[in-house]
Design a binder for this molecule. Structure first.
Ligand code: GDD
Ligand code: MG
Length: 348
């Protein structure tokens, strides 16, 4: 099985730490490892014997550096994109790379910006997924939803295939709030973890059938690309590839999709409120990273990178200090950092 690590999106919901030049996969956790390094190790522990990372040209060298710091001997290759075309084409390129050696080989597709634990439970779920993927299923991983999120895909469970594994009767990417509420109430929907397991040939055939235009464009680009190490995709032809996510382009429309009910903890760290849960709270509910002094403060998250941050007499805040930007937000408003990023993008 080839572990395919997707690490190309910018991710603006954790501004100022995650941004264009320093996106979420490079975020370091309190244990010193980045999300990217954790993903790399998770793929190995889940049974991948080769790794392939698909990433943008601006992230190639830093991604390589993260992996080298792990000092593993596993074969790790790269496909480098000249620009973003979202996940459906990125995965298609990976599938073409895998299929050149063995079209029936399994791929485990992993986003590089999630937190999963314990690795053992994840490996068990992947083992079960591999058996279904070998039979030709496109396998997804379902998370028990806890609130009506509108930033995730929803998977409706159908017929039982095995213990904890079901046919998917419906896949809906990012429904609106009212629909998400209905799904949550119905009790028969999972969140899509964004992790997939399938045979390379199954993904390519499905893409060809559902998105023939994208398939042809991807194939033309792959054929024109020089197969060096790393593989830099042909820029002129990659530009021609339509941009879409695997969720909209493939999973919403595909037949033969299965879901494994996840027996592991999962967070996509999609907001400060989710990310700060990584840090254990003190008796007053405060969570701190870096050099921080707190006085009469409660339920507040403070992260400092380079200098001492002192906080006095406040509660329910998120404070994130980096070398060139500072965020101070009410905790229940911290998801609005994406509006800050939009504003900043307009200014620049
Ligand atoms: N190489 C590459 N190229 N990677 C990309 C690109 C691209 O153009 N675009 C996105 N990615 C990477 C991101 O870095 C991330 O690791 C992963 O692919 C998923 O992309 P996101 O942009 O983060 O997707 P999402 O969070 O909106 O939605 C997906 O994940 C949710 C769970 O976190 C979907 O699969 C949802 O259905 C799912 O619930
Ligand atoms: Mg995401």
């Amino acid at each position: 099985m080839v572990g395919v690590i997707l690490s190309g999106g910018a991710g603006t919901r954790l501004w100022p730490v995650s941004r264009e030049l320093y996106p979420k996969p490079f975020m370091k956790l309190p244990d010193g490892q980045s999300l990217l390094q954790k993903t790399f190790l998770r793929a190995l522990r889940a049974g991948a014997n080769r790794l392939l990372t698909v990433t943008g040209k601006e992230y190639y060298f830093s991604t390589l550096g993260e992996y080298q710091a792990l000092e593993t001997t596993v074969q790790s290759s790269f496909i480098v994109e000249p620009q973003r075309r979202n996940t459906a084409p990125a995965i298609a390129m990976a599938a073409l790379w895998v299929a050149e050696q063995n079209p029936k080989e399994l791929m485990l597709v992993l986003p590089a910006d999630q937190l999963i634990s314990p690795d053992v439970a994840f490996a068990e779920a992947v083992e079960q997924a591999q058996r279904l993927a070998q039979q030709g299923y496109m396998v997804t991983f379902g998370i028990q939803p806890s609130y009506p999120a509108t930033s995730f895909g929803y998977i409706q469970r159908g017929e039982t295939l095995q213990e904890n594994a079901y046919k998917v009767s419906r896949f809906v990417e990012k429904p609106d709030k009212a629909t998400a509420e209905d799904y949550l109430k119905s009790g028969c929907y999972f969140w899509n973890a964004g992790i997939f397991c399938f045979r390379a040939d199954v993904y390519l055939q499905t893409l060809k059938q559902l998105q023939p235009h994208m398939y042809e464009a991807v194939l033309a680009c792959w054929q024109a690309t020089k197969k060096e190490d790393p593989i830099y995709l042909d820029a002129a032809l990659y530009k021609q590839v339509p941009s879409d996510s695997i969720d909209y382009a493939v999973m919403e429309k595909a037949q033969h999709v299965a879901v494994i009910a996840a027996g592991f903890d999962w967070s996509d760290l999609g907001s400060w409120d989710a990310a700060l849960q990584m840090v254990p709270p003190d008796a007053d509910g405060n969570r701190v990273l870096g050099e921080v002094v707190l006085l009469e403060t409660s339920n507040t998250f403070v992260q400092s990178e380079d200098r001492v941050v002192a906080v006095i007499g406040v509660s329910d805040l998120v404070i994130v200090d980096t070398r060139d930007a500072l965020l101070v937000a009410r905790r229940d408003k911290a998801q609005d950092v994406k509006k800050v990023v939009e504003k900043l993008t307009h200014i620049n």
